[in-house]
Unconditional design. Sequence first.
Length: 96
Amino acid sequence: MKRKLLVAICALTAMLGLGQDCRPDVPSLTKTQIKRVLDTISGNNTKTDQYCEIGKLNQRMAQADESDTETLEALGKRVDELARQIGLEFVNFLEA
């Protein structure tokens, strides 16, 4: 239940960010595309676990020393790998 709440909060945050065009070179997602990503993640326990792991890895990246590029690169690669496992729509979601 907590995971679904976490996914919903992240989705709302992302939807609020859609109104701000910070990166015009990256296409924005429609509400339908965002809902599809949320349904994909929340409807599959494995993908939900992967999504939660991405959140934990992002926290570790934020806490890591900026000079420790080796650790940051390793964590970033793991995040990319997990995002690809969740699916292409999720990768596009992250890029948007």
